[in-house]
Structure formats: structure tokens, C-alpha cells
Write a new protein. Structure first.
Length: 138
């Protein structure tokens, strides 16, 4: 069955992130000068402006910082998923990223511990999504 939802189009800066997702690894950038982790990808550290950074594997754990539940259809690919939650996830390492939170949308709350999982949308693209953390803590 064809995937009928929008898919990311990686840029030169985000390509390593999406390659990591395809391997089911959540990668973030880390500054070698000050140690800050960040997303979305950029050529400079947002903390100290250093160009000395590396991609590192994140724990995949975090918490819901903020969220919204969509009850209205904005794209036909999401028809069978209404309602669905979109959240700003604060990773243990510090960066925040937008993603879906799977499961009962009524259970999604701010500060809820979550963990990443990957949806293999196509052979080339795996999407990072989150669900309630099984351990009960981020």
C-alpha cells in the first residue's frame, strides 16, 4: 500500500538526521566546543556559534512540552487517524522537535514521558514518532 501522507524532503543539512531515522536512530547535533545539543540542523552551534560539531545518537526519551489534538481533516492522508496528536517533544538532551504522539489522544499531557519509535513510511524514509514511555519516566 502506498504511503499517502506528506514526506520530508531532506536538505543538505538535514540529510544525516533522516539517514539516522532510516536506521531507526534519532540523531541530534552536539557542539564540540560547548557541549550543547540542538535541532533543527544548522551549520553553527546556536549557543556559541562554533562550527565544530558532530552528529550524536540521542536517547530517544523526553517529555511532551506542548501539544495539540487535530480533530479536523487538513490532509486526506490522515483521514483514518483522526483525532491525532502533534506535540513539541523536549528530548533528554535538550532540543525540542515536532512529532506525533501515538496512542490515545486523551492520555497526552504536558510533561508526559515519551520515547521515540520509527514508522517506516517507505523504503527510503522512516519517521520518528513518540509514544508514552514504557518505563514511566523519560
Amino acid at each position: 500500500m502506498a504511503y499517502n501522507k506528506p514526506l520530508p524532503v531532506p536538505s543538505a543539512e538535514s540529510k544525516p538526521f533522516w539517514e539516522g531515522c532510516r536506521r531507526h536512530e534519532l540523531l541530534v547535533q552536539r557542539c564540540r566546543a560547548c557541549g550543547k545539543h540542538w535541532l533543527p540542523p544548522s551549520a553553527l552551534c546556536p549557543e556559541c556559534l562554533s562550527t565544530e560539531w558532530e552528529w550524536t545518537r540521542a536517547s530517544g526519551k523526553g517529555k511532551v512540552f506542548s501539544f495539540v489534538v487535530y480533530h479536523r481533516l487538513y490532509h486526506p492522508g490522515f483521514k483514518d487517524e483522526l483525532p491525532y496528536a502533534v506535540a513539541l517533544i523536549e528530548l533528554e538532551e535538550g532540543p525540542r522537535m515536532l512529532s506525533n504522539v501515538a496512542g490515545d489522544v486523551k492520555a497526552v499531557k504536558c510533561d508526559m514521558p515519551v520515547e521515540v519509535f520509527f514508522e517506516d513510511a517507505t523504503e527510503e524514509v522512516s519517521l520518528p514518532k513518540f509514544r508514552a514511555a514504557s518505563s514511566g519516566r523519560p
